[in-house]
Design a protein around this ligand. Structure first.
Ligand code: SF4
Length: 54
């Protein structure tokens, strides 16, 4: 993964947690689909190493 994309994901995750603490990351993640996401936290993840903004 490109460094720029990783930073974008990190900053978006941080921003969502800071500004919208009641929102789940999965609602705004490109992997929010049973066949695309390997995590059991979906759809209610608030912190995720694989989070990628849409
Ligand atoms: S990768 Fe993480 S943030 Fe994305 S849908 Fe799966 S659990 Fe949610």
């Amino acid at each position: 993964m490109k460094l720029v994309e990783r930073w974008r994901s990190y900053l978006t995750e941080w921003w969502l947690r800071f500004r919208c603490p009641s929102e789940f990351l999965c609602d705004n993640c490109r992997y929010d689909h049973p066949s695309a996401c390997p995590h059991g936290l979906r759809p209610n993840a608030v912190k995720c190493p694989d989070y990628r903004p849409n």
